[in-house]
Design a protein around this ligand. Structure first.
Ligand SMILES: [Zn+2]
Length: 1068
């Protein structure tokens, strides 16, 4: 090892230049991390570059700094990042960008490695006196490239890419086998099919170029340097927190939610209000900022009007009590993500581009400011939705600067809108890569997968001994769970039963740390949108090898309870890996029919002779009956503890983050739903006990914190309006009082009350046992002291973690250590938070996509003439200037305003119809009244009224549904429309989805034909589409059948299509 000195010139955050001398050690052996290594490098630790590429590519410091996004394309393989380039990123782009690079280097899905060139004795070159830093860095990277090429004995060409033309001229002909190209030429030569990368390159390059020609006039106050902010936060002068923009008043109102201990001033116990753009000082929604409070005389109040939807009423804008108000003095951390924007129509772009190439694009998310984008394709991009990234926001610029990343398509088209929803929720679900699919076992008609005899002997074989079956929605493909029940020989304490829950053994196929595992972890869940789903695991697992289909051998993870037949006291529990063969793949309606003793055909028995068939049928029915009996008792035990009916299948409400209902799913009266759900809850509970006992500091559990009492106010007020009392002192009291709050005339009342109770709940969340005190493990909704997710590993990553923990616990019991070190409490807690975030994103995306479909459905209809735009609605909340209603027919909720901008109010005519007239409005707890010259109209809580549904179109944001009162009476459906006694939220919605999908397909077909006729039109399409991206229609066609989100068919907790369970905020 050689010791030298390395001189660094750093800039302090105050702008002072500092000269630092560091000892620098050079070594002869620095791992090259190439599989072509000829020198026995110590490459064992970490990723290794495959030799199966045409060349290796080495970006210089400038490329790594400015064009890292290009290098993030997974298609670009064989990237060698030098230490020099990495340090350049670290020093000039900050921690966030550097962390991004580090995770890229760590992620096995990306084909890139780090070469520590500056520690390599022969590739290191010290900086020469007077040599500019960028020159020296480029020279370092070039030397590294030459060394690397020689080190691999010339087996692989190495291409250095740089933006420095003089470097290209200087180096490109020096060494054979080492090429020097500029980035654009490199992309064009080596990745011609990767059009998206080239487009992104041009977009970034353009943006960098424009940045050089910025104005100098200051629009905002400069941010304070980091050290000043830090000291100010410590002393309590500044407050640290996350900026939250009010969606409905995005230009004017934002709040800073403070974090941790930053709040020194004790009088401050709320958010800090930030009014207007100047005070917000370039902070973007989600950024971590430092704020300084304004003098008390300048404090303002927050706006308290009904701010839902578009119909904000000026007259009702009242300001509340003045609150702490401040201004942003600095940004501690930018939390920018990818944003979808819409390019303005032609008229606007022309006026803008007269002076410059810059276009102001409007983000889909109303909380994000307009973004200035430099592009030469403004004409072609008009009215398109485009993904952009923010680059900078200088004090001289009114708007932030960004660059476009990818074109999604024309605004308003179904595919564009769905992709927008995914991007806006940070959901990345690219098709599974070749490498990922390469890890999958083969299973095809030619070579079907079969069990491995070596594996079989390690498992408990239940194929001959246990009658195993599944109960799922009809047509379910991914069968996560199966059940068994049988009598055991009587023990000393009497009759015994054995209940078994057998879950797909996903972790047998997905090894921890494999590419498939990393992808599943990143997704965290299967995503269900209104018309499609994106699986967490490749189909060969989710629909085949892991799916516990009938009549085939499958690996399972089982929990089996030895129970006292009378009391259900647990004598013994067995956990372990098994081999099963499910005898029946039942669906809910069929299982219930068997239980009811109705005539029903079991497909598995159809071919048998009558005698045998009857015997088997009797055996199956007996098993279902015993199971029902057991589940009833288990349920009764939980009820005693205070379990809430909300969790079960009675009501499913989809909620958004503000606890608004987005949909109500009617109760399915099938008891078998509850039976299956109860068994799954039981299994989850016992696995939770097991892993928590084995790993008290690092097990993954799921808790449901008790709700805050004030959230119940609305529920209690509403119930009181109907003469019911809701006791919220405990979950048991709540459950009992909800059971009593039944209006025999209108079953919807009880359902809406339950929904309100659900809205008051907090979300159930995953956590690591070491990160939370034991008394907070409790699951309020299920009334269980410990709970986790074990029963759906095909569509939830949490369950995969739990399977691994259970496997480790079993191994530990047998005296063996875990095969792989368990995640520490800290690591596990991080993963838990990641999964919680992804679940929230999944819920939100599902909600927004449902709204999208509702809008697409009604957009095509004339609200004045189309019968379908008029519907019955129930008032469930009273607000200051209107009310919130639920429309059972479409599973739709929204605000109905009773007062408009002109100050007119809705007034009822003699015939029950409604008009707008000048008048006043009075709000009460249980009703809202309007008074006009014509008289007084009253709208009561839980009253049925008739509303007209229309769509408020928006070019840049999502369209929204508008509701207006047609009549103060229930809707009289036209004779032709078949009315059923049961509200059909779910069915209505799935029909709605189907119709919209059909329309979109027709439209796309027509567009296709049109393109065929006039091929000129497709030029633009060709230019902006990603060549690598497969046609979404073809991709999704195969899953569409399944993906139609029929919530009515969704089973409880363990159901196959668990969209409802996923969407339900308090899903077990
Ligand atoms: Zn080597």
């Amino acid at each position: 090892m050689i010791k030298t000195e390395k001189v660094l010139h750093l800039k302090s955050s105050r702008g002072r230049k500092v000269r630092v001398v560091r000892e620098h050690y050079l070594r002869e052996h620095v791992p090259c991390y190439s599989s072509l290594c000829q020198a026995q490098c110590a490459n064992a630790e970490g990723k290794v570059l495959s030799g199966e590429v045409t060349h290796y590519v080495m970006p210089d410091a400038g490329v790594a700094r400015d064009f890292m996004e290009i290098l993030e394309f997974r298609e670009i393989q064989g990237i060698v990042f030098t230490q020099t380039a990495c340090q350049a990123v670290q020093h000039s782009r900050g921690r966030r960008q550097y962390n991004r690079l580090r995770s890229l280097l760590k992620d096995p899905r990306h084909h890139c490695i780090l070469f520590a060139n500056e520690f390599q004795e022969y590739s290191y070159c010290p900086r020469e006196k007077g040599e500019p830093q960028y020159k020296w860095q480029t020279r370092c990277v070039y030397h590294a490239a030459v060394w690397y090429h020689d080190h691999l004995a010339g087996l692989k060409p190495v291409v250095m890419i740089t933006e420095d033309q003089t470097a290209v001229a200087e180096y490109s002909s020096l060494n054979c086998g080492v090429y020097v190209l500029c980035t654009q030429e490199y992309l064009q030569t080596f990745w011609p099919e990767l059009q998206a990368a080239l487009e992104l390159y041009c977009s970034i390059a353009q943006s960098l170029q424009e940045k050089g020609s910025e104005g100098t006039e200051r629009e905002y106050t400069e941010h304070l340097p980091a050290e000043v902010l830090e000291a100010g936060i410590k002393s309590g002068r500044y407050i640290q927190g996350t900026l939250n923009v009010n969606k409905h008043r995005a230009q004017h109102e934002a709040f800073v939610r403070f974090e941790g201990s930053s709040n020194k001033s004790s009088e401050l116990n709320s958010d800090v209000l930030v009014c207007g753009g100047r005070n917000r000082n370039r902070a973007v929604h989600g950024d971590m900022v430092a704020v300084e409070l304004l003098p008390k005389g300048e404090w303002r109040g927050r706006t308290t009007a009904l701010t839902e939807g578009q119909g904000e009423e000026k007259g009702d804008e009242t300001q509340s009590q003045p609150m702490a108000t401040g201004r942003v003095v600095g940004i501690l951390q930018r939390n920018w993500r990818d944003y979808v924007v819409t390019f303005p129509p032609k008229e606007e772009t022309q006026s803008q581009s007269r002076n410059s190439q810059r276009i102001l694009a409007t983000p889909w998310d109303q909380r994000i400011p307009k973004i200035r984008i430099s592009t030469q394709q403004a004409d072609k991009l008009q009215d398109h939705r485009v993904i952009v990234r923010l680059d900078s926001w200088d004090s001289t610029s009114l708007y932030p600067n960004g660059h476009s990343v990818r074109v999604l398509g024309r605004a308003g088209e179904l595919e564009t809108e769905v992709q927008t929803i995914l991007i806006e929720n940070c959901i990345h679900v690219p098709p599974f890569s070749e490498a990922q699919l390469g890890e999958m076992p083969v299973s095809s008609p030619e070579s079907p997968w079969s069990v491995d005899p070596a594996e079989v002997i390690t498992r408990r074989d239940l194929r001959q001994t246990h009658l195993v079956f599944s109960v799922d929605p009809l047509g379910c493909e991914d069968v996560d769970d199966t059940l068994s029940i049988r009598s055991l020989p009587p023990g000393p304490r009497g009759e015994r039963l054995e209940l078994g829950v057998h879950i797909a053994d996903v972790t047998h196929f997905v090894k921890e740390g494999s590419l498939t595992d990393l992808e599943a972890r990143a997704r965290a869940t299967t995503y269900y949108l209104a018309d499609r789903r994106y699986d967490m695991l490749p189909a060969v697992l989710s629909a085949d090898l892991c799916s516990l289909l009938g009549g085939v051998d499958r690996y399972a993870m089982s929990v089996m309870w030895d129970l006292d037949a009378q009391t259900l006291a647990v004598n013994k529990v067995w956990y372990g890996r098994t081999l099963i063969q499910s005898s029946y793949q039942l669906y809910y309606e069929l299982a219930q029919a068997l239980l009811n003793g109705e005539e029903a055909e079991v497909p598995e028995l159809a071919q048998l002779p009558p005698g045998e068939r009857d015997a088997k049928l009797a055996q199956l029915t007996q098993a279902l009956e015993t199971l029902t009996h057991v589940a009833r008792q288990l349920r009764a035990q939980r009820d005693k503890g205070g379990a809430l009916e909300l969790e079960g299948v009675e009501v499913r409400a989809q909620l958004d983050e503000d606890r608004n209902i987005t949909a109500l799913v009617p109760r399915q009266p099938l008891e078998v739903h509850e039976t299956v759900a109860e068994c799954m809850i039981y299994a989850n509970h016992w696995v939770a006990r097991k892993i928590q006992e084995s790993f008290p500091q690092q097990a993954l559990l799921r808790h449901h914190p008790p709700p805050r009492q004030e959230f119940f106010n609305q529920l209690q007020d509403s119930a009181r309006a109907r003469g019911f009392t809701i006791d919220t002192r405990s979950n048991k009291a709540l459950a009992d009082s909800l059971d009593r709050a039944v209006d025999p005339r209108d079953p919807l009342v009880n359902r809406l009350l339950r929904v309100m109770a659900t809205m008051a709940m907090s979300n159930a969340l995953y956590f690591s046992t070491g990160a939370c005190p034991v008394d907070q493990y409790y699951h309020y909704g299920l009334a269980l002291d410990r709970y986790t997710h074990f029963t759906s590993p095909i569509r939830r990553y949490a369950d995969m973690i739990v399977h691994r923990l259970l496997t480790a616990a079993i191994a530990m019991e047998k005296g063996a250590g875990p095969a792989k070190a368990l995640a520490s409490n800290k690591e596990l807690e991080e993963v838990a938070q990641q999964i919680n975030n992804k679940n929230r994103a999944a819920q939100h995306a599902q909600k927004v996509s449902t709204e999208l479909f509702q809008c697409l459905y009604f957009r095509e209809k004339d609200p004045e003439t189309d019968e379908r735009c008029v519907a019955d609605a129930v008032i469930y909340t009273i607000r200051a200037n209107g009310m919130l209603v639920f429309i059972p027919q479409y599973g739709l909720k929204g605000a109905v305003y009773l007062k408009n901008r002109e100050g007119q109010v809705v007034s009822e005519r003699q015939d029950g119809g409604c008009d707008w007239q000048t008048g006043s409005l009075q709000r009460y707890l249980d009703r809202i009244t309007t008074t006009t010259a014509a008289g007084t109209s009253t709208f009561n809580l839980f009253q049925h009224i008739t509303v007209r549904i229309s769509v408020q179109l928006s070019r840049c944001h999502s369209d929204t549904i508008r509701l207006e009162v047609v009549s103060n009476r229930p809707h009289q459906a036209p004779e032709t429309q078949v009315q059923t006694s049961q509200p059909q939220g779910a069915r209505g919605r799935s029909q709605l989805v189907q119709e919209v999908v059909r329309q979109a397909e027709e439209a796309s077909q027509q567009a296709e034909e049109k393109r065929g006729r006039a091929s000129k039109l497709s030029e633009e399409e060709r230019e902006f589409r990603q060549s690598k991206c497969p046609n979404l229609y073809s991709l999704l066609e195969e899953v569409r059948e399944l993906a139609l989100l029929d919530l009515a068919a969704c089973g409880a907790g363990g159901g196959g299509l668990g969209a409802a369970a996923q969407a339900c905020a308090t899903s077990a």
